[in-house]
Design a protein around this ligand. Structure first.
Ligand code: GMT
Length: 381
């Protein structure tokens, strides 16, 4: 197949999933054309089956805000023609599904270009549900030829908000060989010079991720007599608040804010427990990456997280903001190496057994084939 993929080319989860999906599809013999404002961060190399088409933006004094949605639609239609695309697969509903629908309509009646939208989370729960975007989000979803969501929770949230439930759940995935615990390296000595146990948090540090809670949990763990440290991976608007809180609590020397990192596995491999205290999380890709690296997860019981992390088996779940319980759970794990090891083994088995690329990528291919066939009018969707 010739597949067009559009993502936000940043460190966000939907950009990672869309980029990794493209690479996996190319490895399975498909031609993948990324259409985006910049080269997606995870797309480190292009080759004969992985192509990148940058959206051209015309600057014009009348445009106070450049109409990216229209420029993207134009590029999508051009690439569909020049590369004979079989479908467009967009990640994150707003504005990508709208651009794709415009592209599809602009190509009619010469050809029908199916549009698939994958919902990732805040496109539904925050942006899409906002009154200013709700009608156009509903339109983008309803007019897509196929819609997928990354968790059962997100499918239900979409049904509740948009009264639309013709959605296939295809969860996020993990490559078993890339996401694998590595032997301890020099990095561990840098992060824990005294051999202390390590908590880790990985996110884009937006308010919804509650990174300040991680600092509070570190305080709680240390108050329980455990000489732990905290590694904060990523960057975003809440980083300053988290750093400030660490200083106020006198914990700054036990917290390493290491910023965005290209090789998350290196950090996960050195750490003992992942903290994911999010307020909302449609899936929790960071949790899946940690589980695959044998790192038990302490997370909030929200959204799709309970589908990914099994409470008491591969980690512990708490209500949002329940610092006391999270601290208790973290302290228990950090003080019991056998428990940590057992949970870590179960975590990897669960991650790979349910979410490996070998299981999930064929589900996308199968979905593409069904949508294309339905769009050709040969079978029902
Ligand atoms: O909302 C975000 O954090 C951004 C969003 C994205 O597009 O990067 O993340 C969402 O998609 C990820 C990939 O499917 C999921 O793993 C995250 O749980 C989800 N985030 C939220 O629902 C908050």
């Amino acid at each position: 197949m010739n597949i067009g993929i559009t993502v936000y080319p940043t460190y966000g989860g939907s950009g990672i999933v869309g980029s990794e999906l493209g690479k996996e599809l190319a490895e399975r013999g498909h031609n993948v054309h990324f259409i985006s404002s910049a080269l997606p961060t995870r797309l480190t190399e292009l080759n004969e089956r992985v192509h990148f088409h940058e959206v051209d933006m015309m600057s014009y004094p009348l445009f106070e805000h450049q109409p990216y949605t229209l420029a993207l639609a134009t590029k999508m239609a051009n690439v569909a023609e020049s590369e004979d695309l079989d479908l467009l697969h967009v990640h994150y509903a707003i504005p990508h599904s709208i651009s794709a629908i415009l592209a599809r309509e602009s190509l009619l009646p010469q050809r029908r270009l199916p549009v698939i939208t994958t919902l990732h989370g805040t496109d539904i729960t925050l942006v899409g549900a906002d009154r200013s975007y709700l009608p156009i989000t509903r339109y983008g979803i309803a007019q897509s030829d196929g819609v997928t969501a990354v968790s059962h929770y997100l499918k239900q949230a979409t049904a509740d908000t948009f009264q639309f439930d013709h959605i296939a759940v295809i969860p996020n995935f993990i490559c078993a060989s890339d996401y694998k615990r590595r032997p301890i390296s020099e990095l561990r000595a840098e992060l824990a010079p005294g051999g202390e146990p390590l908590l880790v948090h990985v996110s884009n540090f937006r308010p919804v991720k509650r990174p300040v809670d991680c600092v509070e949990v570190l305080a709680g763990v240390r108050a329980r007599g455990i000489d732990a440290r905290l590694v904060m991976v990523g960057d975003g608007s809440e980083r300053g608040r988290a750093e400030h809180r660490a200083r106020c609590l006198g914990l700054d020397r036990y917290c390493a804010f290491v910023g965005k990192q290209p090789r998350i596995v290196d950090y996960l491999s050195e750490c003992d427990v992942l903290l994911l205290p999010s307020e909302q999380e449609s899936f929790g890709l960071a949790a899946l990456e940690a589980l695959a690296c044998e790192v038990p997860v302490i997370a909030s019981r929200v959204g799709g997280i309970p589908e990914v992390v099994t409470d008491g088996e591969t980690g512990y779940l708490s209500e949002v903001g329940d610092i006391e319980k999270m601290s208790d759970d973290a302290a228990r794990l950090l003080s019991d190496a056998d428990l940590r090891r057992e949970m870590g083994k179960r975590a990897r088995a669960s991650a790979i057994g349910r979410y490996s690329t070998d299981l999930i990528i064929p589900q996308y291919v199968d979905f593409y084939e069904r949508v294309i066939a339905a769009s050709n009018g040969t079978v029902d969707k």
